[in-house]
Design a protein around this ligand. Structure first.
Ligand code: GLP
Length: 243
């Protein structure tokens, strides 16, 4: 694993943006895997900045987000659909039909999972996947105990994850109990992975990811087995790493 220590959140975001922009400039029809949460917000700001400056175009790019809550409509401001449009897609030249998220607001969730997985394959697979990490080691919404062989599937969210994400909702009761997420295997099939980690509260999780045993009890540990992972951690998140 390639570990890059950034001074702070801004530098972490700038470095991640450089990777993505280089990828898109070298391969204009790149397939990007995107993430939500607080961590990548700065990355999306940097991308919009570079797009506005004319450094990059997303006209031919396709994106696939990691996950989406079940039961929230697209215009619900807590849906990941809303988040992505608000923080990125509405500000760049990506084609609407090329910006994909799992559909968590449908009668047939199983079918939505299958379709999502095949859309990723049809697009040629993911060139670069952006990842964050949850305090319990979740990636996407793959909670501890998820099979490493999993593909896009429906998950019951951990109480700890619902609590952590309650800050975005009016109350914890409003946080959906389920989500659709790309599976661990779907994530591992990406040709390159960039994991962003920021803040002292993530330091322990990052240390476990890098040095801990590879176990389904800590989903992010599987990344030790991926051939092309770059971790960009800010100063506080990297505090427990000895490298
Ligand atoms: C969320 C998302 C993950 C994200 C993680 C960390 O629940 N589903 O994709 O990486 O938890 O979020 P944050 O960046 O806000 O700490």
């Amino acid at each position: 694993m390639n570990i890059i220590k950034a001074e702070n959140y801004k530098e972490m975001s700038q470095l991640a943006a450089k990777y993505l922009i280089k990828q898109v400039n070298e391969k204009p029809n790149s397939v990007l895997g995107l993430a939500t949460g607080s961590t990548p917000e700065g990355l999306y700001k940097e991308i919009i900045h570079h797009y506005t400056e004319g450094d990059v175009s997303f006209k031919e790019v396709a994106t696939f987000n990691l996950d989406e809550y079940v039961g929230l409509s697209k215009d619900n401001d807590q849906s990941y659909y809303y988040y992505m449009h608000n923080l990125l897609f509405d500000h760049i030249d990506i084609k609407d039909e090329q910006a994909n998220l799992p559909n968590g607001n449908t009668e047939n969730l199983q079918e939505a999972c299958k379709q999502y997985e095949s859309s990723i394959q049809e697009a040629g697979g993911i060139d670069i996947q952006i990842l964050g990490i949850g305090l319990n080691g979740h990636i996407g919404f793959n909670e501890p105990g998820t099979s490493f062989a999993s593909q896009t599937h429906i998950v019951e969210l951990d109480e700890s994850t619902r609590k952590a994400n309650a800050r975005f909702f009016d109350s914890i009761d409003d946080v959906p109990a389920q989500a659709i997420t790309m599976g661990i295997d779907s994530i591992m099939q990406s040709r390159q992975i960039i994991l962003l980690v920021s803040g002292s509260q993530k330091a322990e999780a990052l240390e476990k990811l890098v040095n801990g045993p590879i176990t389904e009890k800590f989903p992010a540990s599987i990344l030790q087995k991926h051939a092309n992972v770059t971790i960009i951690a800010d100063h506080d998140a990297a505090a427990k790493l000895s490298v």
